[in-house]
Design a protein around this ligand. Sequence first.
Ligand code: ADP
Length: 159
Amino acid sequence: MRRAVCPGSFDPVTNGHLDIVGRASRLFDEVIIGVLINQSKTGLFTIEERLEMLREATAEYGNVRVASFHGLLVDFCRSQGAAVVVKGLRAVSDFDYELQMAQMNIGLSGVETLFMPTNPLYSFLSSSLVKDVVKWGGDASAYLPDNVLDRLVGRLKQN
Ligand code: ADP
């Protein structure tokens, strides 16, 4: 079975992430979304909340699973039986860092990284930017799935 991992923080998942996951799901038998547990960075949403929003937002895909991991991405890939990492590239600015990681990962364990160009509709989109937009009352409905928009509005109202 050909499996791919789409890794990231997903705090929260945006339509940019979903575009990449959806396209990857048509190329692979199974796609595993790996939510990185980063102990040195507290997010707006807990890991459980991020997983839940991802599960809801990807429910329509029959071959997408969601899991969390900490430590090395290549170890997570091995544990999932995935030989490929799929990453979206938004702009040249993403490329430098992504290239370093891809080269390190293939050196560490032979895991391949495939880069997918972002849908131009989402090339400027990031989780942090949508959080700012919603925080200041802007309309982010074009950039987030409905379940995430509702939660984000609710969460930022509390803060
Ligand atoms: P990180 O925690 O790596 O900063 P995110 O959780 O925001 O990243 O995103 C995870 C991955 O999803 C990114 O490394 C990138 O490959 C992809 N991604 C994020 N936003 C977009 C977007 N707007 N369009 C395409 N791909 C994206």
